[in-house]
Ligand binder design. Structure first.
Ligand code: ADP
Length: 398
């Protein structure tokens, strides 16, 4: 049985076809520059080389048609017809308080996703374009929406309310939602599975460190707190996002830097974080290299990042009255051993001790990296959001 996973953005669609019995990726790819000059489809069948097709693609429906053509192509396709797609799983960014789990998509769900669009104006409408395109081309194939926010809906009000007027929450839906939920849920459950432990008994801190980064406190398999908030701008310092700042900085800098509100939001999302601090790059590989070469700003950026990591790990251990496991995942979490090491420095008092030799030698594999005398289990677990979406889709449809 094959499940197609779709992640639709405003001008791009990423896809993966997953065979569920063996949980194997049959093909993956993307359509970029939809509705923009120079659209391109990149399709990679498993174990074979990438095929790139340049073609004018004016909308999401055409883009999905191209994905299906690539998947069924006689030369580089992996299925012989559309009837070999049993279901489609769609990534949807915002489900607000309307969705605490994945759902089978129907007209009611589409309207509810629309209703959440004001909370994620860049993402939800784009996700909907992908859903509508698939529904019109494959009307009889079941489709599921998997929300980035859903996993965090178990947070209690003490964790999700801001210290604003209560009306900001009741009238305008301003609260902590959290994101990366599919990934936090996946690695927390994967940890329980690998170690043969019952997730119900575990206090886990999951650290999803990629271009966007967030931590979550997962108690008994449920998210009880997370660092991203009303938007993915809150929390730890990220590649180009500021993370937590004093809100009064915004009007102050708007005046000093002569920025409009839109420019200020753009600045906080795109010009800050380790990129803004280092002046080098948002990519940790470049910043690590610059630090090695003596770049002080690069060193400062990494120090700020790791200090924030330590503070959040400590506060989540306090939030859960303990911690059994800390998990690192995503681009930085899976690959940067120095970030893992520095983020845990000084946390020995919590019982978290890293095994430097074990930590140094790994990249992108599932592995325990805590020392034998560590009371807290520390692991690297590569995330697999597409597989998680495919599994949720399978569970709901079959
Ligand atoms: P996204 O949030 O876009 O899914 P990823 O999880 O793929 O991002 O993470 C991308 C980031 O991971 C890069 O910007 C880079 O900072 C970091 N990264 C990837 N590989 C390495 C590596 N080998 N060493 C250090 N950092 C890495």
């Amino acid at each position: 049985m094959n499940i197609l996973v779709i992640n639709a953005g405003s001008s791009s669609i990423k896809y993966k076809m997953i065979e569920m019995e063996r949980q194997e990726v049959l093909a993956k790819g993307s359509v970029e520059r939809i509705g923009i000059n120079g659209s391109v489809i990149a399709h990679t069948p498993a174990g074979r080389s990438k095929v790139t097709i340049e073609k004018t693609i004016s909308n999401h429906k055409d883009a999905i048609q191209e994905v299906l053509l690539a998947l069924t192509d006689s030369a580089h396709g992996i299925i012989s017809g559309m009837d070999e797609i049993s279901a489609v799983g769609h990534r949807v960014v915002h489900g607000a308080e309307l969705f605490s789990d994945s759902v089978i998509i129907d007209d009611k769900v589409i309207n509810a996703i629309k209703d959440c669009s004001e909370l994620a104006p860049l993402h939800n409408p784009a996700n909907l374009m992908g859903i509508n395109a698939c529904r019109s081309i494959m009307p009889n194939v079941p489709m599921v929406a998997v929300f980035d926010t859903a996993f965090h809906q178990t947070m209690k009000r003490h964790a999700y309310l801001y210290g604003l007027s209560y009306e900001a929450y009741t009238k305008y839906r301003v609260r902590r939602y959290g994101f990366h939920g599919t990934s936090h849920k996946y690695v927390a459950n994967r940890y329980a599975q690998i170690t043969g432990k019952d997730i119900e008994d575990l206090k886990i801190i999951t650290c999803h460190l990629g271009n966007g980064s967030s931590l979550a406190a997962v108690n008994g398999g449920k998210s009880v707190d997370t660092t991203m908030g009303f938007t993915p701008l809150e929390g730890i310092v990220m590649g180009t996002r500021s993370g937590d700042i004093d809100p009064a900085i915004v009007p102050y800098l708007m005046e000093k830097m002569k920025m409009s509100l839109e420019e200020a939001i753009n600045y906080l999302n795109k010009d800050c974080g380790v990129y803004g601090l280092s002046g080098v790059s948002s990519d940790f590989r470049d910043i690590q290299l610059a630090k090695k070469q003596g770049n002080e700003r690069a060193a400062a950026a990494l120090e700020v990042f790791c200090y924030r990591m330590r503070k959040f790990i400590g506060s989540y251990a306090a939030a859960m009255s303990g911690v059994d496991a800390i998990i690192f995942t995503a681009g930085i979490g899976e690959n940067d051993h120095l970030i893992r090491e520095w983020s845990l420095e000084g946390l020995e008092f919590l019982g978290a001790r890293i095994d430097k030799a074990a930590n140094d030698n790994i990249r992108g594999i599932e592995k325990r990296i805590s020392s034998a005398d560590s009371a807290v289990d520390i692991w690297c677990i590569p995330t697999d959001e597409e597989l998680a979406i495919a599994k949720e889709t399978y569970a709901l449809c079959f």
